[in-house]
Structure formats: structure tokens, C-alpha cells
Design a protein around this ligand. Structure first.
Ligand SMILES: [Zn+2]
Ligand SMILES: [Zn+2]
Length: 142
């Protein structure tokens, strides 16, 4: 008894008796027990018990779909816990953001002050290099 080699990777196999015809069926008849095409069915396997081999492939797909679902559920729960963390951290983040903005405001205030000082220094430089040097050193000490 020789069964036609099962196609791998879901690739459809061709009928040996009828080139170009896809093997879609399996004859369960004791005398046959072989993969057949629809032409074989109408010629040699009339009234034989045949099953679609695609059914088996569909079962394979069902198993894969289950695994995918399991994986998806896992991913979803992970995403949910991440979301929960984000929600919990949101208030904290908002507070920190406000703090950062406050810091930024302070910084810009300081920058404005620095700018004013630079302007003053520039004015002093304009007034005289030696004087500016003395002023600069005094400023650095304080
Ligand atoms: Zn055939
Ligand atoms: Zn048959």
C-alpha cells in the first residue's frame, strides 16, 4: 500500500494519474486508501468513502490559531499591565512635568539674568578692557 507523499507546507500536490489536477481528497476505501483528485473521484472512486484532505489542513490551522490566540492573550495582558502602570504613573508624570516646567521657568529666569549680566559685562568691556577684567574677577569670587 503506497500512500502519496503528503504535501509539506500546505503546498497542493498534483495527481499522478491526472497531471495538473490538485490532490484534494483521500479515498478511505480499503482497496484504495490513497490521495486522489476530483477526476479520480468521478472515474475510479465513485461511491467510495472519500474525505477532503483540506479538512486535515484546516485542523492544523485551528491548532495554530489557538496558539496564536494564547499568545495574543498573553500579549494583551502584558499590554494591559503596561497601560495600568502608565495610568498610575500618569499623575506622577504630570506632576514631574509641571515641576520640569517650573524648573524651565526658573532656568529661563536665570538665563535672562545671565543675559543681563552679559550685557552689563559687554558695556563694561566697551568702557575699558582693564576695568572689565577686574570686574569679571570680582564677580567670579563672589
Ligand atoms: Zn486523479
Ligand atoms: Zn477509492
Amino acid at each position: 500500500m503506497h500512500l502519496a507523499k503528503q504535501a509539506e507546507g500546505g503546498e497542493s500536490q498534483k495527481c499522478q494519474k491526472h497531471p495538473g489536477m490538485d490532490i484534494l481528497l483521500y479515498c478511505k476505501e480499503e482497496a484504495c486508501q490513497q490521495n486522489i483528485c476530483t477526476r479520480c473521484l468521478t472515474k475510479d472512486h465513485q461511491k467510495h468513502e472519500v474525505v477532503g484532505i483540506l479538512e486535515g489542513q484546516r485542523n492544523g490551522l485551528a491548532i495554530k490559531a489557538e496558539m496564536v490566540m494564547e499568545h495574543l492573550i498573553h500579549v494583551q495582558s502584558t499590554a494591559q499591565s503596561v497601560q495600568r502602570n502608565l495610568a498610575e504613573n500618569f499623575a506622577e508624570s504630570t506632576r514631574k512635568l509641571a515641576e520640569m516646567k517650573e524648573e524651565q521657568k526658573k532656568l529661563s529666569d536665570i538665563l535672562t539674568q545671565v543675559d543681563e549680566k552679559v550685557t552689563t559685562v559687554k558695556e563694561i568691556v566697551k568702557a575699558g578692557p582693564s576695568l572689565a577684567g577686574d570686574n569679571w574677577r570680582q564677580n567670579r569670587k563672589s
